[in-house]
Design a protein around this ligand. Structure first.
Ligand SMILES: *[C@@H]1O[C@H](CO)[C@@H](O)[C@H](O)[C@H]1NC(C)=O
Ligand SMILES: *[C@@H]1O[C@H](CO)[C@@H](O)[C@H](O)[C@H]1NC(C)=O
Ligand SMILES: *[C@@H]1O[C@H](CO)[C@@H](O)[C@H](O)[C@H]1NC(C)=O
Ligand SMILES: *[C@@H]1O[C@H](CO)[C@@H](O)[C@H](O)[C@H]1NC(C)=O
Length: 958
């Protein structure tokens, strides 16, 4: 009897505890709902969440076992109550950028958790040590957040882990391995196949203990950290490895000689380190597709002969690795070879691309070597670049291999099916099956594809097919997918945009559709195939889940906010889609403005750091729409301000090349610390640049006022300064037509600054070094460090301390210190003379203005200037209009300002000279010989700049 009663009591107790656990789960879900904004609407109903009525919640026996809320647009913190869901196995909160704050240590209470996915959220603070208690965990993805602090050693406790991704955070410190004091570390993760720790700030050496022969690791990604010391030879023990990325660290010393025991490696990146000793011998790595050893300090040696024995190679990158001797012709016969970059070496002799090169060979880059001849000089069919070799320094060499190839990012997208695309309402897109719908969008980042050719479109088509097949197999409500705009970013990741369209004729996905698609991609359920290897997918907001956005029926462009604007920018660079993109940009600009008016909080990323406590309030600029970057961001985008990214010295500091996560190239001007004058110039420049928007003026994207740094972020202008091109340093041949167009472009930029900028701006330092050329050779006026706005009260002159550059400086301004617009006119006149002579304004004590005046005889053809003209400009019978050009230049350099023309008058006269020469002054491209973009530019109206003005620093101007 007593036994029975006690049995009954036990049962009742069990039942009570079960019920209370159930109730606790429901209470916990309520707590989540209260902690978050923008939860799925059906979370507001009164039904039991476990009855299937709450999107994203799955229960087993009335306990919550799965939470999938990918891409829901959730906002808020993760409350510590989450720890009470002790039966939870899968937690996917990926792509909710609004989920922020620390990751609660209560996460460690989820003992049954197998899958924890927080990729692409906004979490910050340290990863809690309690993560090590999740003993069932198989899949851990905390990448692309703002996590700080060290990698907790307790991660090494997760012995079931298969996937560890902590990349793209702000993690510091060393890679933890076990030791006597702390018996756990990453070396204990012997079941793991993926260590993805790249794009952090990890430091210290790569511990030899990290690797052992019982590991199953296939992907080791440690790129873009601050790792020091040597590559441990224990790495050679992990023979299962397929992808090794150690690039962009501070690794030193010899590469261990046993590295070639990694015979299953298909992609290896050791580039951008400080490795020394012999170039590693990779003989035997027979499945190696992609090798990048660039930018190291290896011993000087011949191009290795073992390269040609590795028949799987598609890509060889050995830029700046001290290679000398000739390139063996056999190298080019590697059957699938696509891309060879041996630039910036000491390669000499004759280039001989074998008689039978790989049919896939797309680019052979041998820039800046010592090559004197080229066997196939007149009969080659692949792209070869020999700029900066003796062979291209013979005067007048105009072979195609002596020009820098114009990189035109592909604007490819996978083809639609046979149907007529619809023109859809503003917020919808015509799907590949020609239905109007709102696609689920995002970016694929492939971190180690086996190929380097971006232009092999069939590969994207097959990726699309396998993705579509995957969605069908998993019964997801997908009608079609499209992939577009493949490109490489600074990390050398292959970036591809994805659009997924809803099935069943629905114009949009419902919440379950979105969260399941999000999970399939965040959980890596989709396998992209061998060529693509590992990927990270980052989703963008799904507009319909933001009531405030969808209510105003915004465009697709708006919904994507800054990052997609950048994609548009990226894809817009060069190429034949220009017109279309400009229209898109116009719509975008317009929408952006509209949205700024309707939903002010949505334009946050563009709001300047006006209230930023970290910035120095004295120099916080009054901005109209440049973006504020953190120091860390710019550090990431410029490869930690590496020497390789350094592209020059500007007015007040170094200039670095970089690229935004969306692929847009940027130039970052970094002020030298502690320069007070720099501080003033900094403020001036941001304020001015954020207000000027013209296609002949370099656009400001943003700035950084963080950690005592002052940086300006501009659009990157690929072809560098006009000066470099005039001096033959860029490999671009400037004929008379191109020079005329460049002069007109620069004049229009200055005219805009004088007459249309608000307030008007006098540049004060007009010179060929401050005129940049984009890939279509459109001139862009740069460097406003010295610019001075004209105040309303005093538009005729400004008294100021004299600044400028000798040789270009208006003598009247120099003597009187009265600055007027005509001072820019003077400098521009000097630039015009430099344009036709390619001489420095002051050379060996002789002044260009006087030289021209003295050499000139108005009675002769070309004013008798033959001897002084740059020979590259063209034959004298092709220099129509040159006399008028010289007349104009000399009027610009008259002694007194009031004798000189205004910039508007100069523009008019240059336009008229162009018409005389038979050029349409309104075509935009300065190329008269490059057909690939001629056609586009005809249709491109150059007079509609106003359409784009004030667009928030993300204009596809090119
Ligand atoms: C490892 O996991 C066990 C079991 O969950 C736990 O007791 C221990 O504290 C963990 N160790 C560390 C270092 O986190
Ligand atoms: C290397 O790859 C081959 C073929 O995929 C496989 O059979 C072999 O087990 C791999 N070697 C190691 C050490 O993993
Ligand atoms: C090329 O460079 C190698 C190594 O520096 C040197 O031995 C050789 O003589 C050079 N060949 C020519 C043709 O200059
Ligand atoms: C040469 O390069 C251009 C631009 O990158 C590319 O479009 C073209 O296909 C290449 N040519 C060959 C033969 O690969």
């Amino acid at each position: 009897m007593g036994a029975k009663v006690s049995q009954l009591l036990v049962i009742i107790c069990l039942m009570i505890s079960m019920i209370s656990a159930q109730n606790a789960d429901i209470a916990t879900l309520q707590a989540l709902k209260n902690a978050w904004q923008n939860t799925p609407p059906n979370w507001d109903n009164d039904q039991d969440p476990c009855s299937g009525s709450w999107d994203g919640i799955t229960c087993t026996n009335d306990r919550v076992t799965i939470i999938k809320l990918s891409s829901m647009g959730l906002n808020g913190m993760l409350p510590e109550n989450i720890g009470q869901l002790t039966e939870l196995q899968i937690l996917d909160l990926s792509y909710n950028k609004g989920l922020s704050g620390p990751l609660t240590s209560a996460i460690g209470d989820l003992k049954k958790l197998t899958t924890l996915i927080l990729v692409g959220c906004g979490f910050s603070g340290p990863i809690p040590d309690t993560i090590g208690n999740l003993e069932s965990l198989v899949f851990l993805s905390l990448n692309s957040n703002g996590f700080t602090g060290q990698i907790p050693a307790s991660v090494g406790n997760l012995t079931n882990l298969y996937w560890l991704d902590l990349s793209a955070n702000k993690l510091i410190g060393t890679i933890p391995v076990s030791n006597l004091i702390m018996p756990v570390g990453l070396d204990k993760l012997t079941r793991a196949k993926h260590f993805h720790l790249g794009d952090n700030q990890l430091s210290g050496g790569i511990p030899p203990k990290l690797f052992n022969s019982s590991m199953k690791l296939i992907h080791l990604l440690l790129e873009n950290n601050r790792l020091t010391g040597t590559i441990p030879s224990t790495l050679g023990l992990v023979t299962s490895l397929q992808v090794v990325r150690l690039d962009r660290n501070l690794l030193r010393g010899n590469v261990p000689s046993n590295i070639n025991s990694l015979i299953n490696v298909t992609e290896m990146f050791l580039s951008n380190n400080q490795l020394t000793g012999p170039i590693p011998d990779l003989t035997g790595m027979n499945v190696l597709n992609y090798i990048d050893l660039s930018n190291n300090s290896f011993d000087q040696s011949n191009v290795p002969s073992w390269l040609s024995t590795i028949k799987a190679l598609t890509t060889i990158k050995m830029q700046k690795t001290n290679l000398d001797g000739e390139v063996p012709a056999a190298l080019f016969s590697i059957p699938q070879l696509q891309n060879v970059d041996l630039s910036n070496n000491l390669i000499n002799g004759t280039l001989n691309i074998s008689s039978n090169p790989s049919s896939e060979l797309e680019l052979v880059d041998l820039r800046s070597n010592l090559i004197a001849d080229f066997t196939q000089r007149s009969s080659y069919r692949i792209n070869v670049t020999l700029v900066g070799n003796p062979i291209c320094m013979e005067s007048g060499v105009t072979d195609k291999f002596c020009t820098v190839p114009i990189e035109s990012p592909s604007s490819y997208s996978t083809p639609r099916n046979e149907c007529v695309p619809l023109s859809c309402g503003l917020n919808l897109v015509s799907s590949p099956n020609c239905h109007c719908a709102l696609p689920y969008t995002g970016l694929f980042f492939f971190k180690a594809p086996s190929f380097s050719s971006i232009g092999n479109f069939s590969i994207y088509n097959s990726l699309r097919d396998s993705l579509m097949a995957f969605f069908q197999r998993t019964n997801l409500p997908v009608d079609s997918v499209s992939l577009k705009n493949p490109r490489r970013d600074v990390d050398d990741y292959l970036v591809i945009e994805l659009d997924v369209f809803p099935s069943g004729g629905n114009p949009e996905f419902n919440r379950t559709g979105v969260l399941e698609i999000g999970f399939a991609l965040s959980n890596q359920t989709f396998k992209p195939g061998k060529e693509f290897n590992t990927f990270v997918f980052i989703h963008e907001n799904y507009a319909d889940f933001f009531p405030e956005i969808s209510a105003t029926a915004l465009t697709r462009g708006t919904k994507h906010k800054s990052s997609n604007a950048g994609i548009i920018v990226g894809s817009a660079i060069g190429g034949c889609v220009l017109v279309l993109l400009l229209v898109l940009a116009g719509i975008y600009a317009f929408r952006q403005k509209e949205r700024a008016e309707t939903t002010p909080q949505q334009s946050q990323p563009f709001v300047a750091a006006l209230g930023d406590p970290t910035s120095d309030s004295d120099i916080v600029p009054q901005l109209k729409g440049a973006r504020s970057f953190t120091f860390k961001e710019l550090q990431n985008y410029t490869n930690n301000f590496s020497e390789m990214n350094n592209i020059g010295k500007g007015g007040y500091g170094m200039v670095y090349k970089g690229s935004l996560p969306n692929g847009q190239l940027i130039a970052v001007k970094r002020a030298q610390k502690g320069s007070s004058q720099g501080g003033l110039e900094f403020k001036t420049e941001i304020e001015l640049l954020s207000r000027v928007h013209h296609k002949n003026v370099v656009g400001l994207i943003g700035f950084c006022l963080d950690q005592g740094e002052q940086m300006l972020v501009y659009e990157y202008i690929v072809n560098g300064t006009l000066k470099d091109s005039l001096l033959g340093r860029s490999g671009i041949r400037l004929d008379w037509m191109r020079r005329l167009k460049i002069a007109l472009g620069a004049a229009r930029g200055l005219q805009y600054l004088h007459n249309h900028a608000d307030p008007p701006v006098i540049h004060r330092d007009v010179k060929t070094n401050n005129i940049l050329l984009d890939q279509r050779l459109v001139a862009k006026v740069a460097d406003f460090g010295l610019s001075k706005p004209l105040s309303d009260a005093d538009t005729t002159h400004v008294t100021t301390q004299v600044k400028g550059t000798m040789g270009y400086m208006d003598p009247e301004y120099y003597m009187t210190q009265q600055l007027t617009e005509k001072s820019d006119t003077y400098s521009f006149g000097v630039v015009m003379l430099e344009l036709i002579t390619a001489r420095n304004p002051i050379m060996k004590g002789r002044y260009i203005v006087r030289e021209v005046k003295e050499a000139m005889n108005k009675n002769e053809e070309l004013y008798g200037l033959h001897d002084i003209l740059d020979p590259i400009i063209g034959l004298s019978n092709q220099l129509k209009g040159l006399e008028r050009f010289v007349d104009l230049a000399l009027r610009c350099v008259e002694d007194t300002g009031n004798q000189r023309p205004t910039m508007s008058e100069i523009v008019k006269e240059l336009e008229s000279i162009m018409e005389l020469v038979g050029l349409d002054p309104n075509t935009d491209s300065a190329s008269s010989t490059c057909a690939s973009y001629e056609e586009v530019s005809k249709d491109y109206p150059s007079s509609n700049d106003s359409l784009f003005s004030r667009n928030e620093g993300s204009l596809p101007m090119e």
